[in-house]
Design a binder for this molecule. Structure first.
Ligand code: 6PG
Length: 267
């Protein structure tokens, strides 16, 4: 668990020389890049590596995209990646705002406009969260889609090849916000949850699904996130207050890609 008490000693991992990388005591790999464009390029490289490997091994790549604004720069990099076999890639979302798919706040719309409309991803491979059903029904329908797609036995978890996550300045990730009910749900794959403003409804993957992924790539940029980065990495586990601390893949890799501004509060 990140921040397992006291200062997380960041040790330079010289084995990965292509960028400054540190390994925390919990095994989290933290890459610090000069700026946001470099973070976006790194995230696109990780996406390419994970997708190429998964397609080679299993004939498909399953990825849950994050929401918010940070992924937009990643999409601008990925849309140029014509070496990937996009027809074998299945796109999901880690969370969604309960707005129509055409709404400017829609995480689905951001990905469609800046990535998916420009690439040969089959429509059947785009697994939109159907917000028009209302938050609770949309969560139930999305959970059913996961169970069907991943051919899950009752109680089993989907193992995404990769989940891309952002983080808010309050330490939230996906739509797992501090002090909200979704943080405590260990039985559903997907739940509705209250957003940052209590009147706003969200749909989100739960911790069990996030932590079942093979690779979780966290990308965080900007000075505004520096206090949250330090708190998540450097204070004892308290996911109720800092939900990102609850992201700890059980049998997967956790990689953080941050820029120097977001790293500025770290020792
Ligand atoms: C959402 C996200 C959320 C996001 C963070 C960071 O739907 O808003 O999934 O978890 O990743 O709030 O957002 P920015 O990238 O806009 O800073």
């Amino acid at each position: 668990m990140p921040g397992s008490g006291g200062h997380t000693r960041l040790v330079q991992d010289v084995s990965l020389t292509f960028s400054p990388v540190y390994r925390t005591k919990t095994g989290l790999r933290l890459f610090i890049h000069p700026d946001a464009p470099a973070v976006a390029a790194a995230a696109a490289r990780h996406f390419h590596a994970r997708a190429s490997s998964a397609i080679a091994v299993s004939g498909r790549f399953t990825v849950a995209l994050s929401g918010g604004a940070t992924p937009r720069a990643v999409y601008a990099e990925l849309v140029k990646d014509l070496d990937l076999n996009w027809t074998k890639i299945h796109i999901f979302w880690g969370d969604e705002r309960c707005v129509p798919p055409t709404h400017s706040d829609s995480n689905y719309r951001l990905a469609m406009d800046h990535l998916l409309n420009q690439l040969p991803v089959p429509e059947a491979n785009i697994h939109r969260i159907k917000t028009e059903l209302g938050a609770k029904q949309a969560a139930a329908a999305y959970a059913t889609e996961l169970q069907t797609f991943f051919k899950l036995e009752p109680g089993a978890l989907p193992r995404f090849n990769m989940i891309l996550l952002g983080m808010g300045a309050d330490g939230h990730t996906a739509s797992l916000f501090p002090g909200t009910a979704a943080l405590h749900d260990g039985t559903h794959l997907v739940v509705s949850n209250s957003g940052p403003n209590l009147d706003e409804e969200r749909i989100t993957l739960t911790y069990p699904v996030l932590n079942a992924a093979a690779w979780v790539i966290v990308h965080v940029c900007g000075h505004g996130k520096s206090a949250a980065v330090k708190a998540v990495l450097d204070t004892p586990p308290q996911p109720e207050l800092l939900p990102m601390q609850g992201v700890q893949p059980m049998h997967g890799e956790l990689v953080w890609l941050i820029d120097q501004a977001a790293a500025s509060a770290l020792d």
